[in-house]
Design a protein around this ligand. Sequence first.
Ligand SMILES: *Cc1c(COP(=O)(O)O)cnc(C)c1O
Length: 328
Amino acid sequence: MIPQRMPLAHLPTPMEPLKYFKDPAYPTLYIKRDDLTGMEFSGNKIRKLEYALQEALDLGCDTLITCGGIQSNHCRATAAAGAKLGLETILLLRSDTPQPPQGNHLLGLLLGAKIVWVSSEEYAKERRQRMGAIAKELEEKGHKGYILPEGASNAIGTFGYFHAFEEILAQEKELGIRFDTIVCPVGSGGTYSGLVFGNAYHRAERKILGVNIAADADHFKEITMQIHTEFQERLGEPLPLKKEDLYILDGYAGRGYALNTPQEMAFFHDFAKKSGLFLDPVYTGKAMRGLLTALQEGDALLKDAENILFIHTGGLFGLFAKAEEFGF
Ligand SMILES: *Cc1c(COP(=O)(O)O)cnc(C)c1O
């Protein structure tokens, strides 16, 4: 069964042509502005929260517990939704050095989230146990915690982009266009998985192409298959999907999660000047760079593409933490 959705995001988000290449030999490019799902809520995470937080309320929870990096968009969106719904939010944030509040970290504080700092090592090894311990402590005090995994990329969260896929199908009809290829960044895997499941469910036969911004293609194909197992249980029916049918454009993660090279920074700057659009340094910047480079290099994954839709998953507040790296 498809779970109930709590409307929080501004939907549907616009889809607009992206005029980047002058040469008409390139495929048509469109961009879906999921950076416009809201202001405090902006980005892809609020679509996942529409499903997860409905579940939290149905279960009678009064506190949201989640985790992420210091500039986590997911943590900021969760804190915003928590404040709006009158729930407490506790964020397990990863950082090895104290940093002055800025970007998403600052916004999380403004929204009243309680922050628990953990080192990268603790985060990697025991974030689930730490969140479980927080929930247990709350329970002893008569409260009820709802734990969201990193990026809300579990089966319930994945319904957010399952729903977004249906939104795209409806918008295509209005625009009179069929996107053969839909591209998104892959960070914790929930956005990509939701689109893949939507495509399979509707037998829409599109190529859903993820661009990994950390780790490698195989890692995320594995994660997608794991979420798929849990997703089928939620759905209550089989949803045929093979690992061989998953497409991930690898090679653009650069120095790793939330780390950038001067070439990447120069690309984000150049892209803003050419298109009038901001990309974020952690996700959409790397993914767009991957897509455009792959098109220029004639990558086999895009050889049949005629109409491409890129999902702008947001993340703009993360730009502020990178001001120095632009070298202005
Ligand atoms: C989290 C995030 C992503 C990655 O989405 P996942 O569902 O975690 O793979 C992409 N873009 C932005 C801006 C994000 O915050």
